[in-house]
Design a binder for this molecule. Structure first.
Ligand SMILES: [Zn+2]
Ligand SMILES: [Zn+2]
Length: 201
């Protein structure tokens, strides 16, 4: 499957046409798009399958870069989804396959960003997180991620902490019950009184 999936283009056209600006916009895939500070980034859930061993896996940390430009009423969006490598056979990098629901959300966010950046609209509150629909296991392995290899995967631009693939569930572990020192004092006093009464009646 090609990275330049038609679905991205057609959904983009459908959504951008509703935005009533007189500019024409186009989305294209560019697998050699170099990361830079001005790009819009999204981490999107996607599936991969290995062409060598046939195994498949999913990741919620698939980085997609979007580079937007508007010149003479013609807008261009270049996108680059980053690949991942199979952890079992470590063959070549595989291209991500996105589900339609996630393509829709990612493109909604992208278009909000375009409206904000090029048309000065206030849309910050409408940005949505991209859906994760399976229970993912294990940490994100940097050695298997093309974006990590390029040093651009992290959500925090300057962060060195690897991104974690497993959605963390906050577990409500009650704090360990510590023996109350007040109880000990009371117990000690009671014992002392009993001792004194017993031995010194
Ligand atoms: Zn494999
Ligand atoms: Zn990564």
């Amino acid at each position: 499957m090609s990275l330049c999936m038609d679905i991205w283009k057609s959904v983009f056209q459908e959504k951008i046409s509703v935005v009533s600006h007189k500019d024409s916009w186009n989305l294209m895939c560019n697998t050699s798009l170099e990361p830079s500070g001005e790009q819009y980034r999204q981490h999107i859930f996607a599936r991969f399958s290995c062409r060598s061993c046939g195994r498949s896996w999913a990741s919620a940390q698939v980085l997609v870069l979007f580079h937007m430009k508007l010149k003479s009423r013609r807008g261009t969006v270049k996108m680059r989804p980053f690949k991942q490598r199979c952890k079992f056979c470590r063959a070549g990098f595989e291209e991500p396959e996105f589900e339609l629901a996630n393509v829709e959300i990612a493109l909604n966010n992208l278009i909000l960003r375009i409206r904000q950046q090029f048309y000065g609209e206030d849309v910050e509150d409408e940005i949505q997180a991209v859906v994760v629909d399976v229970g993912l296991q294990g940490p994100h392995e940097s050695s298997l991620c093309e974006a990590c290899q390029r040093g651009v995967c992290h959500r925090r631009p300057s962060g060195r902490k690897p991104c974690i693939e497993t959605p963390t569930l906050r577990s409500e572990v009650p704090p360990k019950a510590l023996p109350c020192s007040y109880c000990f004092i009371v117990l000690f006093v009671v014992c002392l009184i009993l001792y004194v009464q017993y031995f010194f009646p």
